[in-house]
Design a protein around this ligand. Structure first.
Ligand SMILES: Cc1ncc(COP(=O)(O)O)c(C=O)c1O
Length: 449
């Protein structure tokens, strides 16, 4: 057996051959990449055999932690029996059928059918095509524009980057494409608004209603909404906002898409934010926690009315070679059954979610903290420079250095603009939550050094 190359050799090869996602390569190449070797529950083992607590569950996805034997066994069994066969042209395999059934039983009553893909971006891209097809089949050929919100994240294809409400994601590619319209996301802190969250939410609704009127509701096909905006900075909805938004869209015959790529499968203390907050979506898009990241899988769930309209349209000319990949679906099924059997959703709701929020909110009075946001097992800490809020300029970026200090102190969190985001695996214990926040506290002590 060949011996593994040294860390330095791997770093050199990485510099020479590997383009990373969402990375400034010039910054990274100097020190070299950070190699992660193994996982163990909520911890990772890095190149130096250091144990790091993973406060971001990989990328908001490793809900069951890193050593779920049930998933590994299910994948091995499926790989041995039938590693791959497509679901094209009237065939399929057992695992995607069973995952689709599991999802339908947990999802809101009107949403029962699933189109599979390989990622959150593909799940949203698939939703966009279903929406266009649905309106066309109903004779509403003008309904093509798509609404989404500032600070939203919906993916990286041309269309889903266009929906994403973060200039860092769309500007380098001269996006958004025509027909993608951003309305304000309910983030008063991000807008530097003096309004409280509820009042700001009402202003966002009024702005959204104004944009709908100006554009013409007959031209707007759908709005994509993350119930809690994740990568844009962990922005929970203000009280009343989501249900009013839902009604506004219904009144204007605009489809409501809940992008639950982060919020589904337990993190918010329910299987879906849509069930938790009675959102009655027409479409739910899923990925990440559906397999706890063990294998790639995306899913687009649609309402019965949409599915039946698409059926009547005849041949459905959409799908990826790996839509409903049997091994990814076997991983999903084992993962979903693990979440159910371990009672992880209830555990987040009744135990670790409230404990996590208590520890998170304990930072509210910290001198380097401007705001705390979160819900159950997802949270953000807005950071301040020494001079306070008024010293923040457009180039202030405290999230990345804070995350680096916290990593040095033993935990992984994500730095975004001037905040850190935290979303650990759902199996996290109280002791591990204490460990995570102790690293954050030590890291923040270094922020102003
Ligand atoms: C809410 C949301 N939607 C879509 C995506 C895109 O998913 P993927 O990276 O799997 O394409 C993400 C990824 O972070 C996400 O957070």
């Amino acid at each position: 057996m060949s011996t593994s190359p040294s860390i330095e050799t791997l770093r050199d090869l990485d510099r020479q051959y590997h383009l990373h996602p969402f990375t400034n390569h010039l910054d990274m190449h100097q020190p070299g990449t950070h190699l992660i070797k193994a996982g163990d529950g909520c911890h990772l083992i890095d190149e130096n055999d250091r144990r790091l607590l993973d406060g971001l569950a990989g990328l908001w996805c490793v809900n069951v932690g890193y050593n779920c034997v049930a998933i590994v066994k299910a994948v091995e069994a499926q790989m041995t029996k039938l590693p791959y066969y497509p679901s094209f042209f009237n065939t399929t395999t057992e695992p995607p059928i069973r995952v689709a059934e599991f999802l339908a039983k947990k999802a809101p009553a009107r949403v029962n059918r699933t189109v599979f893909s390989n990622s959150g971006s593909e799940a949203n891209e698939t939703a966009l095509k279903l929406i266009r097809s649905y309106h066309k089949l109903r004779g509403q050929t003008e309904k093509k524009k798509i609404l989404s919100r500032t600070f939203s994240y919906h993916g990286v294809t041309l269309a889903t980057s266009s929906m994403t409400g973060l200039p860092t994601v769309y500007e380098p590619f001269d996006l958004p494409l025509p027909g993608f319209i951003h309305v304000p996301g309910p983030h008063p802190y991000g807008y530097n608004s003096p309004m409280d969250a509820e009042a700001f939410g009402r202003w966002c609704l009024a702005e959204t209603a104004r944009v709908i009127r100006e554009e013409g509701p007959e031209t707007i096909a759908a709005m994509f909404v993350e119930p809690i905006q994740g990568a844009g900075g962990v922005i929970p909805p203000p009280p009343g906002y989501l249900l009013e938004l839902r009604e506004l869209l219904r009144k204007n015959d605009i489809l409501f898409v809940a992008d639950e790529v982060i919020t589904a499968f337990g993190r918010v203390g329910d299987w879906f934010a849509s069930t938790l907050w009675n959102l009655d979506p027409d479409i739910i898009t899923l990925a990440k926690g559906i397999t706890s990241g063990y294998l790639p899988l995306g899913a687009t769930m649609v309402s019965d009315e949409m599915a039946e309209t698409v059926f009547k349209g005849g041949y459905f000319a959409h799908g990826f070679t790996y839509s409903g990949h049997p091994t990814s679906a076997a991983a999903a099924l084992a993962n979903l059954e693990t979440i159910e059997n371990l009672g992880l959703v209830e555990r987040v709701r009744d135990d670790v979610g409230p404990y996590f929020q208590k520890k998170l909110h304990a930072f509210a009075e910290h001198p380097a903290v401007g705001e705390i946001r979160g819900h159950m097992l997802i949270g953000a800490i807005e950071l301040l420079p020494k001079g306070g809020r008024q010293a923040i300029t457009p180039t202030t970026s405290l999230g990345i250095p804070a995350a680096a200090h916290i990593r040095n102190e033993g935990s992984i969190v994500r730095g975004i603009r001037n905040l850190i985001a935290v979303a650990p695996p759902l199996i996290i214990t109280h002791a591990e939550i204490d460990e995570l926040f102790a690293s954050i506290a030590r890291g923040l002590e270094k922020l102003w050094d």
